[in-house]
Design a protein around this ligand. Structure first.
Ligand code: PHE
Length: 469
């Protein structure tokens, strides 16, 4: 058991597809468009792009470096370098559990909508909104889809890194790109599509507040799978000859392109059919089907394609979330992979059921004024990931040896990374300060103050008891 060889990715392209698969998910296609819609469109998008490209790439390089250096997943990676930092890894595993609390619920909706697209959903455009409300509040139907979605996750992760996660990514990611490009091409060629492109690309800064910056930062971390040890874990399976910086660059660019592509697929069509952009989480389940309904017969085909793409994107991301927990059980608890997958998956079934029911029969049960689904979502997206990113930057910048980092990122001096010093100073000084400012501004201007303080308290408690973890 002790000397067992660590699992590894089978090929560079396989790793890239798996890492991009983790990054590209509901965050890009479901959440990015409605966040942009709610936060004024292009001003939000510009702030988002700046965060993703500067903070995102730097943190991703850092996570890959920590993971590959230690060959351990989040908790073990922090712990093996500095015991006092164990809590930062634990926070990551906790974040994975929390995101997996609501993510499979939405993944299940996507699966359901593939079928609904061909069983008459589009035949009555006016009823689509009510149908969505009735579906997600139903106590049985969404649960079944969520369970199907979780079962797919469990089946893939049980097969391991190269045989499961990598294989799935290699098939599913190219499929996703092709499907989205098809939809985007249809959308921009509709008459009246120009207004949607304006909305996406002509900035209006009058809608920007402190909360906008926090939303953009949280979205960048969420979308790039950062701040919770996922890329540490994926990095830990990377071969020593891989170029960390260029891989981080490629994954970030792919992820950002898919988010923009999703925007281009949705907003031009939305404006072309005279609909409202700021409709919240229902955007892709209500407005998008309405758009397809307005296209006539061919709309059914596009609808199927769209929801297959959404389900595929969700699946390659949720497997990475499950893997964060599974890798912890394997590395730290020395469990077998199968036992780890079934145990973690089993707990996620329970949290997923609670989150799904919180939208319907359990809606009366709230914590800090929000239901279980929103509790998981807001806590991770607005607090845990950003703070997790901040902790990682401080850890890498101030608690790791600069020489070790240079050695890791240049593969022992065999490859060049001309931007090393810029990256290092960003991670050490600029990013921690930037995240701190955004977090403070955001917390002050956001409604759920109680929930924010609760989230911070959880982190402080973890830190205090870190030695015992
Ligand atoms: N990046 C994924 C998405 O955009 C979500 C995710 C977050 C996956 C954190 C892994 C870790 O949907």
């Amino acid at each position: 058991m002790e000397n067992k060889q660590r699992e590894n990715w089978g090929s560079r392209i396989g790793f890239l597809m798996a890492a991009a698969g983790s990054a590209v998910g509901l965050g890009n296609i479901w959440r990015f468009p409605y966040m942009a819609g709610e936060n004024g469109g292009s001003a939000f998008i510009l702030i988002y792009l700046a965060f993703a490209l500067i903070i995102g790439i730097s943190i991703m390089i850092s996570e890959f470096a920590v993971g590959r250096r230690t060959e351990l997943s989040a908790v073990g990676a922090y712990q093996s370098i500095n015991r006092n930092w164990t809590f930062a890894g634990v926070l990551g595993v906790l974040s994975a559990f929390f995101i997996m609390g609501f993510y499979p619920v939405v993944g299940g909706w996507a699966l359901a909508y593939i079928l609904k697209s061909v069983t008459g959903l589009l035949s009555n455009s006016a009823a689509i909104g009510d149908a969505f409300g009735a579906f997600i509040t139903n106590p049985i139907e969404p649960l079944i889809w969520m369970l199907v979605f979780l079962a797919m996750n469990i089946a893939i992760v049980a097969k391991g890194i190269a045989g499961g996660i990598e294989k799935a990514g290699k098939v599913l990611m190219p499929t996703l790109f092709v499907l989205l490009i098809l939809i985007a091409a249809r959308s921009v060629t509709l008459p009246g599509a120009g207004a949607g492109l304006d909305f996406l690309f002509k900035p209006d800064f009058s809608k920007v507040t402190g909360a906008t910056y926090l939303a953009a930062l949280g979205q960048a971390f969420f979308s790039l799978s950062l701040g919770m040890g996922c890329m540490i874990t994926y990095g830990s399976y990377l071969g020593k000859s891989e170029n960390l910086a260029s891989n981080a660059f490629i994954v970030t660019v792919l992820d950002t392109s898919v988010a923009l592509l999703a925007g281009i697929a949705i907003f031009p069509a939305l404006f072309a059919f005279g609909m409202e952009p700021a409709v919240g989480a229902g955007l892709v389940f209500v407005v998008v089907p309405q758009i397809f309904a307005a296209m006539g017969g061919i709309g059914v085909l596009f609808s199927v394609i769209f929801f297959v793409a959404l389900a595929v994107a969700a699946l390659t991301s949720s497997v990475s979330l499950l893997e964060v927990v599974v890798a912890y059980l394997i590395d730290q608890r020395k469990w077998e992979r199968k036992k780890s997958v079934y145990t973690a998956g089993g707990i996620m079934v329970v949290t997923g059921i609670l989150a799904s029911l919180s939208l319907g029969v359990m809606s009366g049960f709230t914590m800090f004024g929000v239901g279980v689904f929103d509790f998981f979502d807001i806590l991770t997206d607005k607090i845990f990931l950003a703070i997790g990113g901040l902790l990682l930057a401080v850890f890498v910048g101030w608690f790791m040896d600069k020489k070790d980092l240079e050695d890791e990122i240049t593969n022992g001096g065999t490859i060049k990374f001309g931007l090393f010093n810029i990256w290092y100073n960003l991670v050490k000084y600029v990013i921690p300060v930037a995240i701190a400012i955004v977090a403070v501004m955001g917390i002050m201007s956001i409604e759920q103050t109680g929930l924010m303080l609760f989230g911070l308290a959880v982190i402080v408690v973890l830190a205090i008891f870190s030695k015992k973890l």
